[in-house]
Write a protein of this length. Structure first.
Length: 223
């Protein structure tokens, strides 16, 4: 959603079109942060020496989500036709929903990283730098209540951080960009989810997250 919204505020010729930037492709993707040709780009980027150095002079935005909800979203995606990764042997025929949620929390050896690995290296490690940290829940609230004062503050702060003057038609641009029909990972657009998963995370799995990564929700601002 955030990516599609930001695309509405940058000329198409300034959209980086080579996909998500990741550590292995950073050397090839260096044009994405050329100072003379600013580009709107996105990535699943681990915090590392190289990423900190390469992105030193860029404007960075980090989107985080409550781990309690993220685990469920991850599970739904992994169980949908849209996911083409390495857990195809797991289905509702050989594990329960609770067992699968635990795999999403603790990871699968040599196949799927744990919640701790993802949130530590892709999220927490970027915090308290020059990176603007946004909560997915605040983004969703602002999109849902676009005519309110909170939404104006939220999007003005985001655009200002990105060096973009807020245009008069910013609300319309956000409406178009946030259309869930344009998102391949929105819950409504996932197809053939192979397992019935709960709408909210069970208390037991919440406790497991708190044990696996103690203090995570607090540092992210969810406690």
């Amino acid at each position: 959603m955030l990516r599609n919204i930001m695309r509405m505020f940058a000329p198409v010729k300034q959209h980086f079109k080579s996909g998500f930037i990741q550590i292995p492709s950073m050397q090839e993707d260096h044009v994405a942060w050329d100072k003379d040709k600013p580009t709107l780009s996105w990535g699943h980027l681990l915090y590392s020496g190289n990423s900190a150095i390469f992105l030193k002079d860029t404007r960075k935005v980090l989107l985080v989500r409550d781990p309690y909800d993220w685990i469920l979203a991850r599970a739904r995606f992994f169980m949908s036709e849209e996911f083409s990764g390495s857990v195809g042997h797991i289905s509702d025929h050989n594990v329960t929903a609770e067992q699968f949620l635990n795999l999403m929390i603790f990871g699968m050896h040599n196949k799927v990283p744990s919640l701790r690995e993802i949130f530590m290296h892709n999220g927490v490690a970027w915090m308290h730098t020059d990176t603007l940290v946004l909560k997915f829940e605040d983004l969703l609230h602002s999109v849902t209540n676009l005519d309110g004062a909170e939404a104006e503050v939220f999007f003005h702060k985001l655009l200002d951080h990105c060096g973009i003057d807020t245009p008069d038609d910013w609300r319309e641009r956000v409406r178009v960009g946030s259309d869930k029909k344009q998102s391949g990972t929105a819950r409504e657009n996932l197809t053939e989810i192979r397992m019935k998963l709960p709408d909210t995370l069970p208390d037991g799995q919440k406790a497991l997250i708190d044990v696996a990564v103690p203090g995570l929700r607090k540092v992210l601002g969810y406690e």
